[in-house]
Design a binder for this molecule. Structure first.
Ligand code: NDP
Length: 411
């Protein structure tokens, strides 16, 4: 399969475009589409300025409302794209997936579908939307790889590799996401605030004793001493990958932990307590109708603008605990990424980098036939070894820390 249509033109799309360009000998022509063609054109210009294209090939921007399935199908056909990397907002997943099913293009995304009107649906979230199209994908021989960013994505691969390669039985997988970087602003979100805050305003779901358990955000905390970034606290957070890992791996405890500093929590708590994160419109005394969350978004820095000054590193990985040869065992499989290095290479901060490189690795594996499975899968259902090996080569090396030390993981 060849020729890539990238949908979305945010921070992650920027990384996806640069990385696709670096591998266009395998991936073929590259097209970028979102509602605002200027944003897509800026990405095209930045790829050309950096000289990221490996060989001569098409690189074009397009205007597309991906909620319009017919328009999306038409663009897939016009650009002869056999690979669609959806890194637009999670509200468009189902329409893009439908366009892929109807055209036969392979589908990749990095987040679970969300309905803008529903907050915190019942788990497992994939069953509410994506998995309903599983049979249709199989019937049409459409390869759909769900959630193939970093988390979800690479951490699912780490979980599968932990379970399959290092243990006789696994009792616990704790996925830890620490951004030890600094953007220099009083307060900012690394991604679209509307999406970002939704993760923290609803209930926190985790998988414990093979059941879904509910907590409140910032209720359960842990502190770890991690490689490179050092000691950090993180909080149990509901997150996409739990919703497939709980189904696909026979592990009774799977939790996700996101690192937050005290300052972030204070500001978030004030905004939330005042009702400023609400999506419900209010009317001011002057008769103005305002959606508080939209107003907060408007006054916060644009997440994309943080990249040039971002310094420091991220550390994201899976602590896996279980038994091997009758003995207790614990390993940590992880990646460390550097914000400034990411900016230097592709013009984005490290979090967009960690999210954007994996779908390109997956697209390369589909193009090579290794992952062209012609059905819908989550990452942990695939053979994850070639994925880890390829990520080692293209910018996201995986390390493993266990009783034998700390080393590069490759197969
Ligand atoms: P942004 O909010 O910066 O970008 C989203 C893009 O979607 C915008 O460029 C927007 O462009 C486009 N878009 C929105 N609606 C439509 C539409 N109807 N049709 C076409 N394009 C549309 O997001 P990010 O780049 O930060 O993140 C992209 C995705 O990656 C998100 O789904 C996010 O949840 C996910 N993500 C995954 C991570 C992981 O590790 N798995 C980590 C970080 C993010 P326009 O307005 O021009 O249409």
């Amino acid at each position: 399969k060849r020729n890539v249509l990238i949908i979305g033109a945010g921070g992650v799309a920027q990384v996806v475009a640069h990385k696709c360009a670096q591998h266009n000998d395998v991936l073929g022509n590259i097209h970028i589409a979102s509602r605002t063609v200027e944003k897509c054109q800026e990405i095209v210009d930045s790829v050309r300025e950096k000289g990221s294209l490996k060989t001569a090939g098409e690189l074009q921007a397009h205007a597309l409302d991906a909620l319009d399935i017919e328009a999306t199908k038409a663009l897939i056909a016009k650009t002869q794209s056999q690979l669609v990397i959806n890194v637009g907002s999670p509200f468009i997943n189902m329409s893009v997936l439908q366009a892929c099913i109807e055209t036969g293009a392979a589908y990749l995304d990095t987040a679970i579908h969300e309905d803008p009107d529903k907050i915190c649906e019942t788990p497992p979230w994939y069953a509410n939307y994506e998995w309903k199209r599983r049979e249709l994908c199989a019937e049409n021989k459409v390869t759909a790889i769900l959630g193939v960013g970093f988390d979800p994505g690479v951490v699912n691969a780490y979980a599968a590799i932990g379970v399959n390669e290092y243990f006789d039985s696994v009792s616990d997988i704790d996925i830890i996401d620490i951004n030890a970087g600094s953007h220099g602003h009083y307060f900012a979100t690394n991604f679209d605030p509307e999406i970002n805050f939704r993760e923290f305003t609803g209930r926190v779901w985790s998988w414990q004793n093979s059941q879904w358990v509910q907590n409140k955000m910032f209720e359960v905390k842990r502190t770890d001493d991690l490689p490179v970034v050092g000691q950090h606290s993180s909080y149990m957070t509901g997150h996409d990958e739990l919703h497939s890992l709980s189904k696909n791996l026979d592990v009774p405890n799977i939790r996700f932990w996101m690192g937050f500093g005290d300052h972030y929590i204070n500001v978030f708590t004030v905004l939330n307590s005042l009702g400023l994160l609400s999506e419900q419109p209010i009317t001011t005394a002057e008769g103005l109708e305002v959606v508080p969350l939209k107003m907060v978004k408007a006054v916060l820095p644009d997440p994309a603008s943080l990249a040039p000054k971002y310094t420091g590193k991220t550390c994201i990985g899976d602590i896996v605990k279980g038994k091997k040869d009758g003995k207790d065992k614990e390993i940590f499989i992880y990646n460390v990424a550097d914000h400034a290095e990411a900016y230097e290479e592709v013009g984005s901060q490290g979090i967009s980098y960690t999210a954007g490189v994996p779908p390109v690795a997956a697209a390369i594996l589909i193009a090579q036939g290794v992952w062209d499975v012609q059905k819908m899968v989550n990452v942990e259902e695939l053979d994850c070894k070639p994925f880890i090996n390829l990520l080692n080569e293209i910018g996201l090396p995986t390390r493993i820390k266990d009783a034998d030390g700390d080393r590069l993981l490759s197969f």
